[in-house]
Design a protein around this ligand. Structure first.
Ligand code: SF4
Length: 471
């Protein structure tokens, strides 16, 4: 019997979005954009395109290259396309929840691709249900489409302002109709969203700039917090009609989620992660034989730590790049299989060494514990771990798959208790101030809630039920 088991979990981003307007290969370019954004969601993906007359759609569960064949992409006709990769933090992981979500209303086709969590969505949904609305999915995006339809008698532009002014929380969203692409970012600006230009002068909007590099698009600028950016045959139209709110970029995009080759909130992620390592070395320095990451999570901060401390950087564990998302269950006697199949320590090199491990974060602590155990088993003398962010003590409500406070190890244990739990000789975290300094921006620019508990906006009382799939 083939028993499949999912690999040990790391925190996951909810979604990535990409849209192209005015290019004959719109669907193909969107496909490449999604390919570059795969790290933002691996459960499902979809593309909807239009030739102005009708919509063409393909969505499925799985990874982007598994879902789209050359033939499937050729069937997505037209010069406007919208795509989405998804990992669910609200709603179940099923094909009905795959995006883009599309509906039609009085001749207008509306497709929506969304990144982020809207924290008053349950209240809004209940209000609509009382008025007779029927929902096909458990997604935030479907509620948004219903709200837009309710307001459409005033025209699409007014419907957008009325609808999006009611939403609280995180939304970096792209809407597509038969003749336009509309990018909208919440007034806090939690999730990134950026605008680029393709070689033929047409436009592309995507969650991260790494999507532009693959299709040779030029980055123009970020979609501003609270901005509604409409792309039509006439060009770009920008307005900022949504209520002003405190800017709260998600700093965790820099710590872990975004790709290092992206510029997020105007700062390159690779440089920022290296800087985190530099500052970590300045804040806490010890002697060791070498510094090493568990690839790939701590790679860039480890380079920064090594350069600032003068302690050599080594790759003491080797990553198997061919491990899929599932594998056949090992036998009982194969201890720590999940860890070893992916990351295997270099036994003879590590024996009797004092090592500094650089990690980007500790969420539950389960993966870290097994990894440290595997180092002890090959004879490492001392293991000290340095984390390139502060302890993650509070859950995220804005679109990152952080567990509830009860599952976050730093919510209930002190640093010393975590050290003991992981089997380490030393454990050190980057300070909040050091993390902000690494970005080169003011602390006021960021959401730091998972470290500080200071939430820019609180979810409604029913949010947790929704977040846990309670619909
Ligand atoms: Fe990002 Fe943490 Fe704020 Fe969530 S709580 S948006 S992960 S900084």
């Amino acid at each position: 019997m083939n028993n499949c088991k999912r690999l040990a979990r790391r925190p996951r981003e909810e979604c990535g979005v990409c849209g192209v307007f005015g290019h004959p290969d719109a669907a193909k370019l969107t496909y490449f954009g999604l390919y570059a954004l795969q790290h933002r969601g691996q459960e499902s993906a979809g593309i909807v395109s239009t030739d102005g007359a009708r919509l063409y759609e393909h969505k499925s569960m799985g990874l982007v290259p598994e879902i789209f064949t050359e033939e499937k992409i050729q069937n997505l006709k037209g010069d406007i396309a919208l795509g989405h990769v998804r990992y669910s933090t609200t709603g179940a992981s099923t094909i009905t929840n795959a995006q883009p979500f599309t509906a039609s209303h009085q001749g207008l086709y509306l497709s929506v691709a969304h990144n982020g969590n809207i924290v008053n969505i349950r209240e809004l949904r209940e209000r609509l249900e009382k008025k007779g609305a029927i929902f096909q999915s458990t997604m935030d995006s479907e509620v948004v489409v219903h709200l837009l339809a309710h307001n459409l008698s005033k025209g699409l532009d007014k419907a957008i302002v009325e609808t999006f002014s009611q939403l609280e929380g995180a939304f970096s969203m792209i809407l597509m109709t038969q003749d336009r692409l509309i990018a909208i970012r919440d007034s806090h600006g939690f999730r990134p969203l950026c605008l680029g230009k393709l070689n033929n002068g047409s436009y592309i909007v995507a969650s991260e700039t790494c999507a532009f590099d693959l299709v040779e698009a030029q980055y123009i600028r970020d979609v501003k917090p609270g901005e509604v950016l409409t792309i039509t045959r006439e060009g770009l139209d920008s307005s900022c009609p949504l209520p002003k709110k405190k800017q709260s970029f998600c700093i965790f995009e820099h710590v872990y989620f975004a790709r290092p080759d992206s510029d997020i909130f105007g700062v390159n992620v690779y440089s920022c992660r290296k800087k985190m390592g530099n500052i970590l070395a300045r804040e806490c320095s010890i002697d060791a034989d070498f510094v090493m990451p568990f690839p790939d999570s701590g790679n860039y901060a480890a380079i920064g730590y090594s350069q600032a401390s003068g302690i050599p950087l080594e790759m003491g564990v080797i990553r198997n790049h061919y491990v899929g998302r599932t594998f056949i269950q090992p036998t009982q006697s194969m201890r720590d299989f999940t860890v070893r199949v992916k990351l295997n320590p270099v036994r003879s090199f590590l024996k009797d060494k004092k090592v500094i491990i650089i990690e980007d974060s500790i969420i539950r602590g389960t993966t870290g514990r097994s990894r440290i155990k595997s180092l002890r088993e090959v004879g490492v003398k001392e293991v000290h771990m340095f984390i390139s962010c502060p302890p993650t003590r509070f859950p995220c409500y804005y679109g990152i798959d952080f567990p509830t406070g009860a599952e976050l190890i730093a919510a209930s244990k002190s640093v010393d208790e975590i050290r003991e739990h992981l089997g380490l000789d030393g454990l050190y975290y980057l300070s909040v101030e050091g993390l902000v300094e690494a970005t080169g921006c003011d602390a006021d620019s960021f959401c730091l809630a998972c470290f500080t508990g200071d939430y820019p906006v609180l979810p409604d009382k029913k949010f947790h039920k929704l977040a846990l799939g309670g619909l």
